[in-house]
Design a protein around this ligand. Structure first.
Ligand code: KG4
Ligand code: ZN
Length: 333
């Protein structure tokens, strides 16, 4: 069975082919057009998807050495994401499905981040999943395929947003998360003690206070000295901020693993590429004697391999959608 996956929910246009023997191709076109704006511009994202979606899909088919006729079903992200961006992928996938008489499968982008862990191996159900992306931060108990129980989520900023927004305060370009990760590797984590919010409050998260605290810290430095201070301490500040974010994620995850006696932990979303988070989660897994699953960094950030693999697991359970009725949705209910 060959599944073509298509992803266009934000600023990556992606296509991939997954079959029962594994991933056959994975093509991603990242949109550089947003960089000078310091964030994703929705209309520019839609236009860039429109320009590259056919080329990216053709390349994914070529790299898998198959044609569209060899595809058994088309899986496409139908939300959450930027509505205009989603519609480019959806309309393209629907057109392909209807014209080539292939079944269509709508895939929730956040679910797909979780099932990215099934590309290279198979976590055992039930497992705990920590989803940390640019738009979401959630702890979810996954009882079985698509049987998700949300334990808690963020009240304000997502973990990825916390990385990006604090990186911006430090003067790093967008998206700051990966850059802050690199800087933090040689920094001192205890240089500044930034706040770790809601530690005693169940499984909810809050990262907006951290952003304010970083801003106040920088504004407390006399303006004439700020540039030099940032230049000298960018590694230490990056490490201290990364420490505050990852400590909260690790502590809440540990609490859930204990409370629900879960043996498999699955990380998902762009922030699971973060090296400090990966290091701390490996230590946690060792301490608790559980199995940790983290996708290869290429499958942590937005990609279509995760859409294709989720589509595959839906297809083998006959979970298809009607191409004429499948709708896009911008946010999670
Ligand atoms: O999952 P993703 O690619 O897109 C969404 O669905 O949101 O996540 C993107 C987020 C961005 O905020 C980005 O800065 C963050 O993930 N990110 C990282 C790293 N790589 C990506 N944050 C910290 N360290 C990283 N290595
Ligand atoms: Zn994502």
């Amino acid at each position: 069975m060959n599944i073509l996956g298509i992803e266009s929910s934000c600023d990556e246009t992606a296509a991939a082919v997954y079959s029962e023997s594994g991933l056959r191709s994975n093509v991603i076109a990242s949109q550089a057009v947003h960089r000078k704006f310091g964030g994703v511009v929705p209309e520019l994202a839609s236009r860039a998807h429109q320009q590259s979606i056919w080329g990216v899909t053709r390349q994914a088919l070529n790299e898998a050495s198959i044609t569209i006729e060899d595809i058994d079903a088309i899986a496409v992200t139908n939300g959450p994401g930027l509505m205009g961006a989603l519609l480019v992928g959806m309309c393209f996938a629907k057109g392909l499905a209807l014209s080539h008489k292939k079944p269509l499968i709508g895939v929730n982008h956040i679910d797909a981040h979780i099932y990215a862990n099934f590309i290279d191996n198979e976590p055992n159900y039930p497992f705990l999943s920590l989803i940390v992306s640019g738009g979401h931060t959630r702890l979810v108990l996954v009882h079985d395929f698509m049987q998700h129980e949300i334990l808690g989520e963020t009240r304000d900023d997502a973990a990825g947003e916390a990385f990006d927004k604090t990186a911006k305060i430090l003067g790093l370009p967008y998206p700051g998360g990966p850059l802050m990760d690199r800087k933090s590797r040689t920094g001192d984590r205890s240089f500044v003690k930034f706040p770790q919010a809601l530690l005693s409050e169940g499984y909810e998260f809050s990262f907006s206070g951290l952003k304010t605290s970083v801003l106040y810290h920088i504004e407390a430095i006399p303006e004439a000295e700020r540039g030099t201070y940032l230049e000298l301490n960018i590694e230490n500040l990056s490490a201290s901020i990364s420490h505050a974010i990852t400590e909260v994620l690790v502590k809440k995850t540990k609490k859930a693993l204990k409370e629900f006696k879960i043996r498999d932990l699955v990380l998902a979303g762009g922030v699971s590429a973060n090296s400090m988070l990966r290091e701390k989660m490996h230590l946690l897994a060792k301490e608790m004697g559980i199995t940790l699953h983290i996708p290869n960094p290429v499958y942590c950030t937005d990609n279509a391999a995760m859409i294709a693999v989720t589509g595959y697991h839906k297809a083998i359970r006959n979970q298809y959608d009607d191409a004429l009725k499948l709708e896009a949705f911008a946010s999670l209910k």
